[in-house]
Design a protein around this ligand. Structure first.
Ligand SMILES: [Zn+2]
Length: 281
């Protein structure tokens, strides 16, 4: 059985993170240098993957986005302004998504057909909006018991290919990888967990996951690789959030190399979501 890994990146800046209020952030500071650091890592291992990009960054990043596409990566939408879809009405969600699609078309001539919701915040009603707008796939599903930001998605009528790939007609839903430990779902897919968990723990969880899963879906953000370690975050930010934002940022690059090597040792091929859709037929 062929095994596939998608090492996707959600391209947003530090002030898009849900735990900051964007309007209180000094947006002249950026962590988008982390995008280049990640691209260098991908080049080094000749890995192609999927980038979900926030629409309001497209004008600034337009030349880089075209370069990313030329390198063979897949370009998708991560909302227009990084608002959680479940906090928008379905109509406002449609408007936000259309604005994102039009922005890509205008500045890069790219027609985006894949979507990931900010904070994995998507339900069936909004999923149908995406399908109606012509998207081929979504990757906003995650199983996580202990996190209130994440939405629950009803996939009634979808065929379950395996524990993380679902299909209805020609539309696919890809679920972020989690592993069951003592009856609880723990994410093994997120950059935040790669940063914060010691590598030995991540490795143990991944080895458990690899035993039963043909697909591994991972996501990370530019700020996690950024060398801009002295971002002045809003003064009111509580201690826990400061720790959550900064913890492990200096170690993540090293851990990323370890993750890639571990995936290779376990015979995973690195692909985009689109390639998985093509392979599954
Ligand atoms: Zn995001």
């Amino acid at each position: 059985m062929k095994k596939y890994a998608v090492l996707s990146m959600d391209v947003e800046d530090w002030y898009h993170l849900d735990y900051f209020k964007k309007e209180e952030c000094d947006q002249s500071q950026s962590t988008l240098d982390g995008l280049d650091i990640y691209l260098d890592i991908l080049d080094r291992y000749d890995i192609k993957t999927t980038f979900f990009i926030v629409g309001e960054l497209v004008e600034v990043l337009k030349d880089k986005i075209k370069l990313i596409q030329q390198k063979g990566h897949e370009i998708c939408l991560h909302s227009y302004a990084h608002q959680r879809p479940l906090q928008l009405s379905p109509e406002d969600f449609r408007k936000d998504t259309l604005k994102g699609m039009h922005t890509f078309k205008e500045y890069t001539d790219i027609e985006v057909t894949g979507y990931r919701a900010p904070c994995f915040s998507l339900d069936r009603e909004r999923l149908e909006v995406l399908r109606d707008l012509g998207f081929n796939f979504d990757s906003s599903k995650i199983k996580f018991d202990a996190h209130d930001l994440y939405g629950r998605m009803d996939l009634n009528g979808f065929e379950e290919f395996n524990s993380v790939v679902y299909k209805q007609g020609s539309f696919y839903e890809f679920e972020a990888s989690t592993v069951e430990v003592f009856g609880k779902s723990l994410p093994v897919s997120g950059g935040g967990y790669l940063r914060i968990f010691p590598w030995a723990l991540t490795k143990a969880l991944l080895k458990k996951y690899f035993k039963t899963n043909q697909h591994y879906f991972f996501y990370i953000h530019p700020f996690e690789f950024s060398k801009n370690y002295n971002i002045r975050i809003p003064e009111k930010t509580d201690f826990k959030t400061k720790i959550r934002f900064n913890q492990g940022r200096k170690s993540v690059e090293n851990k990323m190399h370890k993750l890639i090597k571990l995936l290779k040792e376990n015979n995973y091929s690195f692909v985009t979501f689109n390639q998985i859709m093509k392979n599954e037929g």
